[in-house]
Write a protein that binds this ligand. Structure first.
Ligand code: PNS
Length: 174
């Protein structure tokens, strides 16, 4: 009898913060995956708005009780993380042509680093094509309505974060 092999992929990213675009990619991936490991990059970068823990916690809250989704973090090379998890598929969302060069470069670099690892791209629905974490943060700082672009929990925390930043600035902090 043929053994059922679990189809599983790692979906890596900064998720600073997770958007409805990411969530749509994850949802669509279940048409060909059994399970997904969302791997939050916690390699320190000075432009992150949310801490690694905060970014992980959003995802944990959103996927609470969902057995098909594991939330994890990594801070080294992505290919090493995949080897450690014994997974050989990277899932990435691809929105527009502007994403392509960066994604192409990353996929080929990762393949060079480990030839057993392949990257699979998925397009989110058109309504999510223009959404990015950076755009959502910019909108939030400009007090725009972000409720259509991120889950409620993210929206509330983003509004709080922006208020904190403004409050810090008002008090003369950096
Ligand atoms: O959401 P992002 O910022 O586009 O995600 C980029 C990420 C985290 C997937 C990428 O920077 C990454 O894989 N970083 C880990 C370090 C690494 O393996 N770099 C070599 C691949 S080019």
């Amino acid at each position: 009898m043929k053994k059922n092999i679990e189809r599983v992929a790692v979906y890596p990213g900064s998720f600073d913060p997770v958007t409805n675009g990411h969530i749509d990619v994850i949802k669509k991936s279940f048409s060909f995956l059994d399970r997904i490991v969302i791997a939050v990059s916690t390699f320190p970068r000075k432009d992150f708005l949310f801490t690694g823990e905060e970014r992980v916690d959003f995802l944990k809250e959103i996927y609470k009780g969902n057995k098909k989704v594991e939330i994890d973090k990594f801070d080294g090379l992505l290919v090493d993380y995949l080897s450690q998890k014994n997974i050989n598929i990277i899932l990435r969302g691809l929105r527009a042509v502007s994403d392509f060069e960066y994604e192409f470069q990353m996929a080929l670099t990762n393949r060079r680093l480990n030839e057993n690892i392949e990257t699979v791209f998925l397009m989110p629905g058109e309504e999510f094509f223009f959404i990015s974490s950076s755009l959502v943060k910019e909108l939030a700082f400009l007090k725009g309505d972000i409720s259509k672009f991120v889950p409620t929990i993210v929206k509330n925390e983003l509004v709080k974060k922006v208020d904190n930043v403004f409050e810090k600035k008002r008090r003369g902090g950096s």
